[in-house]
Write a protein that binds this ligand. Structure first.
Ligand SMILES: Nc1ncnc2c1ncn2[C@@H]1O[C@H](COP(=O)(O)OP(=O)(O)OP(=O)(O)O)[C@@H](O)[C@H]1O
Ligand SMILES: Nc1nc2c(ncn2[C@@H]2O[C@H](COP(=O)(O)O)[C@@H](O)[C@H]2O)c(=O)[nH]1
Length: 214
């Protein structure tokens, strides 16, 4: 079959950060700017926040349902985060890779490690740092979605997430959100051009060498 110049493998794009650093905000801006990217919708055992919709932000499931999903091998990765379980369904990932579409994950470091093991070269991982712990706490409070107890728990666990920064391909500081978003766009644009994702260039180079007079 003839290869098209723009034909390439789909990309798994992972965003991780301590809670409140801005991955959800950046993911939504990215999706609005580039509708070719699909968001991976996780399943979680936590309660929905005001405004969160079933099947859009998460699949909200009971503990028993989550256990059943794990046992039936429905997750590409899953982990305990902040006393709840969260997992990325496997099927949409397989479909996206097959169709050459990019899929975006807002997951923690444990999930990133599992996806890296499973998908290796198809994954690009980005860690987002807040400019300071004080600003991280301000953002969590300003969001007004969590109780004092939840905010304190997330702040206590922030450094446990941040220590994994060096396991990621890229590390960005989300100070000005538009600047950070522009850097995420630049990373994705460059990653899409990497030679191992583009069978056309390998094929063209081979033909140019084999048939220099064509
Ligand atoms: N660069 C920024 N400057 C100021 N506020 C920001 C910035 N980026 C995000 N925020 C705000 O910080 C709050 C937390 O952001 P967001 O919900 O995107 O974080 P998160 O990393 O996805 O958190 P979680 O892991 O809990 O889902 C939101 O109210 C968001 O509007
Ligand atoms: N390993 C996974 N982590 C996930 C997944 N979905 C979300 N998350 C991470 O959980 C925390 C908390 O999220 P919140 O929506 O309750 O604020 C955050 O760090 C997410 O990145 C998942 O499927 N797997």
């Amino acid at each position: 079959m003839e290869l098209r110049p723009d034909q390439r493998r789909g990309l798994l794009i992972v965003l991780s950060s301590p809670s409140g650093a801005g991955k959800t905000t950046i993911s939504r801006m990215l999706m609005a700017a580039d509708p070719t990217i699909t968001m991976s919708v996780s399943a979680t055992t936590r309660e929905p926040r005001p405004g969160e919709e079933e099947g859009v932000h998460y699949y909200f499931v009971s503990d028993d349902t989550f256990t059943q999903m794990v046992e039936e091998g429905e997750f590409a990765e899953w982990a305990y985060v902040f006393d709840h379980r969260y997992g990325s369904p496997k099927e949409p990932i397989k479909q996206a890779l097959k169709d050459g579409r990019d899929i975006l994950f807002d997951i923690d470091w444990q999930g990133t490690q599992q996806l890296e093991t499973a998908f290796g070269n198809d994954l690009v991982s980005i860690f987002i740092l807040p400019p300071s712990m004080r600003e991280l706490e301000r953002r969590l409070r300003d969001r007004k979605t969590d109780s004092e107890e939840v905010i304190e728990g997330r702040m206590r666990r922030a450094s446990g997430e941040i220590v994994h920064w060096n396991e990621y391909d890229y590390v960005l500081v989300n100070d000005d959100v538009n600047e950070c978003l522009a850097k995420v766009h630049a990373i994705i644009a460059a990653e899409r051009l990497r030679k191992h994702r583009r069978p056309y260039v390998a094929d063209l180079a081979r033909k140019l060498v084999e048939r220099p007079n064509d």
